[in-house]
Write a new protein. Structure first.
Length: 152
């Protein structure tokens, strides 16, 4: 993972939110299981956040404790991966439905859920992909309950 050249922009956004240099923010704990890739990703995120003044630490926990913390809402920031069962973006968007068991973010948005339901009823791929674009914008721009880092 290589940081992008948007550190200055991120610092400005943080300042505009009232937290210049990380002022007033709690320590952000990034929880991961102790595997090489998980740890590398978490440390890259920590380093990038620290570059704008956010106090972040990486906390390694055994898988059982990690899983329990996700289910009990006892986690601040975590890394999660997902492999779709079938080749359609719906699989990924469905993870963030309010009533889905895999929505460990606990984020909820009724409009999002309704658009997702509507995507199943479209007559054409073009209509479905237009709705998927709205879902992606909600997730990754407007509300940001998740920060996609990479895909492979």
């Amino acid at each position: 993972l290589k940081p992008t050249a948007q550190v200055a922009q991120a610092a400005v956004l943080l300042a505009n939110a009232g937290h210049a240099g990380g002022a007033g923010l709690p320590e952000i704990k990034i929880q991961v299981t102790p595997s090489g890739q998980n740890l590398a990703v978490a440390n890259a995120v920590k380093t990038q956040w620290q570059a704008i003044g956010v106090n972040a630490t990486v906390v390694e926990v055994p898988f059982d404790a990690y899983w329990a913390s996700l289910q009990s809402d006892d986690v601040m920031v975590f890394r999660m991966g997902y492999v779709a069962e079938f080749n359609d973006a719906y699989e990924f968007f469905n993870l963030f439905r309010a009533d889905t068991g895999g929505n460990f973010t606990r984020w909820s948005n009724l409009d999002y859920d309704q658009i997702l339901d509507q995507s199943l009823l479209t007559a054409t791929d073009e209509e479905r992909w237009a709705l998927y674009s709205l879902l992606e914008k909600t997730l990754c721009v407007d509300e940001l309950p998740v920060i996609p880092l990479y895909w492979k």
